[in-house]
Design a binder for this molecule. Structure first.
Ligand SMILES: NC(=O)c1ccc[n+]([C@@H]2O[C@H](COP(=O)([O-])OP(=O)(O)OC[C@H]3O[C@@H](n4cnc5c(N)ncnc54)[C@H](OP(=O)(O)O)[C@@H]3O)[C@@H](O)[C@H]2O)c1
Length: 258
C-alpha cells in the first residue's frame, strides 16, 4: 500500500458493509397504528421493504398502501398466539426472504390498580407486551442468524420508573427490558443487535383517554411526543452498528420528573 494511504480497520469494513446494504426487509409488529405505523413510514422512506402486522389485517393493509415504495406486505397476526407468529414468519420467509430489521411495537394497556385488576386483563397484557415480543424475536432470529440483523423492542418509561395504576403494564415493560439485555448478550456473536426504546406520553390511540393537561404538567418539555419522534429513535438504534443492549428513553424528559 502506498505511503499516506490509511488501511481500513475491521470497524471501517463493518461500517461500510452496513452502508452498502441499502435496502433491508423490515418487519414491524403493531405497525398498523400509532408508533409502529410511524416506524413503518420512516423505514419505507429510507428505502426498506416493510412487512406490517397487526390483528386487524385491513388496518395493516391501509398502512402498507400509504407507504412510499413497492412490495410492502400486510399480514394479520396476534403476537400473543404462538401459532399466529409462526405462520407469519413462514409467510415472510416464503414471500419476502431474510429479515434484516424487527420492530416490536404491538402493545396494549389495561390500566387499573392491582386490587381491581382482572386476571384475564393481566394475562392479556403480559401475553401481548412480553410473551408476544419473545415469540416474534424467536421467529425473526431464525431468519437473522445467517446474515445478522437488528431488533428494537418498544418498552415504556413506566417499565423503568413504575407508576401507580399500571403495575401489570409496568411489569410487562420492565420484563421486556431484561429480555432485551439478555437477548443482546445471547446473539451479539451473530452480529444481531437488540435494543429497547422507552417512550413517555406519545399522541396515539393508546393515550386518547388520558387527562392531557395533568400529564403535560409533569413533562419537562411540556408536551406529548409524536409517533414520528419515537420512530426517529427506533431508526437510530436499528442503524447504529455499535449499539446493543441499550435502553433509550424518548420521553421529553419525563423520567427526570418521576
Ligand atoms: N402511546 C404512548 O404514550 C406509549 C408510551 C409508552 C410506550 N408505548 C408502547 O408503544 C407501543 C405502541 O403503542 P401505541 O401508542 O402506538 O399504541 P396503539 O396506537 O394503540 O397501536 C398499537 C398497535 O399494536 C397492535 N396490536 C395490539 N395488540 C396486538 C396483538 N395482540 N397482536 C398484534 N398486534 C397488536 C395494534 O393493532 P391491532 O389492534 O389491529 O392488533 C396497533 O397496530 C406499545 O407497546 C405501547 O405499550 C406507548
Amino acid at each position: 500500500m502506498p505511503a499516506g494511504i490509511i488501511k481500513p480497520t475491521r470497524a471501517d469494513h463493518l461500517l461500510m458493509s452496513e452502508r452498502v446494504v441499502m435496502s433491508r426487509l423490515a418487519v414491524v409488529f403493531g405497525g398498523s397504528r400509532g408508533i409502529g405505523r410511524a416506524v413503518s413510514q420512516l423505514l419505507a422512506q429510507r428505502g426498506h421493504r416493510v412487512v406490517v402486522l397487526s390483528r386487524n389485517k385491513n388496518a395493516a393493509q391501509a398502512t402498507t398502501e400509504s407507504l412510499p415504495g413497492e412490495k410492502h406486505l400486510a399480514l394479520s397476526c396476534d403476537v400473543s398466539k404462538e401459532d399466529d407468529v409462526q405462520r407469519a414468519f413462514e409467510t415472510i420467509s416464503k414471500t419476502c426472504g431474510t429479515v434484516g430489521y424487527l420492530v416490536n411495537a404491538a402493545g396494549i394497556n389495561r390500566d387499573a390498580l392491582l386490587l381491581r385488576s382482572k386476571s384475564e386483563d393481566m394475562m392479556s397484557v403480559l401475553h401481548t407486551n412480553l410473551l408476544g415480543s419473545m415469540l416474534t424475536c424467536r421467529g425473526a432470529l431464525r431468519s437473522m442468524l445467517s446474515h445478522g440483523g437488528a431488533i428494537v423492542n418498544i418498552g415504556s418509561v413506566v417499565g423503568v420508573k413504575g407508576n401507580s395504576g399500571q403495575c401489570v403494564y409496568s411489569a410487562s415493560k420492565a420484563g421486556l427490558e431484561g429480555f432485551t439485555r439478555s437477548l443482546a448478550k445471547e446473539v451479539s456473536s451473530r452480529n444481531i443487535r437488540v435494543n429497547l426504546v422507552a417512550p413517555g406520553f406519545v399522541r396515539t390511540d393508546m393515550t386518547t383517554g388520558l387527562e392531557k393537561e395533568e400529564a403535560v404538567r409533569r413533562i419537562p418539555l411540556g408536551r406529548f411526543g409524536e409517533p414520528a419522534e419515537v420512530a426517529q429513535a427506533v431508526l437510530f438504534l436499528l442503524e447504529s452498528p455499535y449499539i446493543t443492549g441499550q435502553v433509550l428513553l424518548v420521553d421529553g424528559g419525563l423520567q427526570l420528573a418521576l
